[in-house]
Design a protein around this ligand. Structure first.
Ligand SMILES: NC(=O)c1ccc[n+]([C@@H]2O[C@H](COP(=O)([O-])OP(=O)(O)OC[C@H]3O[C@@H](n4cnc5c(N)ncnc54)[C@H](O)[C@@H]3O)[C@@H](O)[C@H]2O)c1
Length: 261
């Protein structure tokens, strides 16, 4: 029988990777405000702890590296032992790497190290966390299971500001999201992604090489502004909700009209 996935207080548990980052932290706040109990996860333990402290009890932090297979499995075991089954997994951890001189690497200059590190976090990390979640929900089913992945407008457009390794890894997430959606549908779990456009976080600002570049970029966006982390968090909140239960294998664009399909 499928359990309703709520604890004694009627709260669903949400695990957010990259929860110490700009968008991830906004997702944590949004889900906490919507009544979820949130485990804020990040590679950076201090950032995760600061976000969890801002949310207050009963929310918690749990630092782990999404690219490390053993660390992911141990973290899921630990989190479920301490806090109960994860109902909602949000894979927001991401990494955009540059050359030593701060420029985005062209393919001809991309080292194998940059390629592998980009895939390790942006693609393998989503796979490892998704697999850990599905294994546990198959063993202990819950109603309204949800996975939300993070791809990017860079994957959809070929990217103007990011690098080939990032674009390719985020493209892998587009396919993985659909594969995961098919393989988990029998459990009543939906798997969807968000594809942010230009969102004002450290990651976006790391791509800015000249003054006025962001203002110029904003002028190319039909809604006339760079997005806020909260814009993305609202889409994640919807995909995590019970009312989004007939949506799976989809990607929601959150880009101000920058790319319309
Ligand atoms: N900001 C944008 O314009 C934009 C656009 C499209 C997609 N995205 C995607 O949105 C997501 C959130 O991005 P953001 O803008 O908040 O970036 P951010 O750099 O502010 O946050 C990313 C977080 O991921 C964490 N992280 C990195 N490697 C990790 C690892 N190995 N294990 C666990 N955590 C790790 C970082 O510590 C950081 O806190 C990312 O997946 C990013 O690729 C962002």
């Amino acid at each position: 029988m499928v359990n309703v996935s709520k604890d004694a207080a009627g709260t669903r548990l949400a695990l957010v990777t990259g929860g110490g980052g700009g968008i991830g932290a906004a997702v944590c706040r949004e889900l906490a405000q919507s009544g979820y109990r949130v485990v804020v996860s990040d590679l950076d333990a201090h950032r995760a702890a600061a976000v969890a402290a801002g949310l207050g009890a009963p929310h918690a932090a749990h630092a782990f590296d999404v690219s490390d297979e053993a660390a992911v499995e141990n973290a899921f075991d630990d989190i479920e032992r301490r806090h109960g089954p994860v109902a909602v997994l949000v894979s927001a951890a991401g990494l955009l790497l540059f050359q030593a001189d701060g420029e985005r690497p062209l393919i001809k200059n991309t080292t194998l190290d940059i390629w592998e590190r980009s895939f390790a976090v942006n693609a393998r990390g989503v796979f490892l966390c998704g697999r850990a979640y599905l294994r546990r929900r198959e063993a202990r089913p819950l109603a309204h299971g949800r996975v939300v992945t993070f791809t990017s407008v860079a994957a959809q457009l070929g990217g103007y500001r990011s690098s080939a390794s990032y674009i390719a890894a985020k493209s892998a997430v587009l396919g993985l999201t659909k594969a995961m959606a098919r393989e988990s549908a029998h459990l009543g779990i939906t798997v969807n992604g968000v594809a942010p456009g230009l969102i004002d976080t450290d990651m976006l600002r790391s791509t800015v090489t000249s003054s006025g570049a962001l203002e110029a970029a904003a002028r190319a966006i039909p809604l006339g502004r760079i997005g806020a982390a909260q814009d993305v968090a609202a889409a994640v909140r919807f995909l995590a909700s019970e009312e989004a239960g007939y949506i799976t294998g989809s990607i929601i664009d959150v880009n101000g009209g920058y790319r319309m399909q």
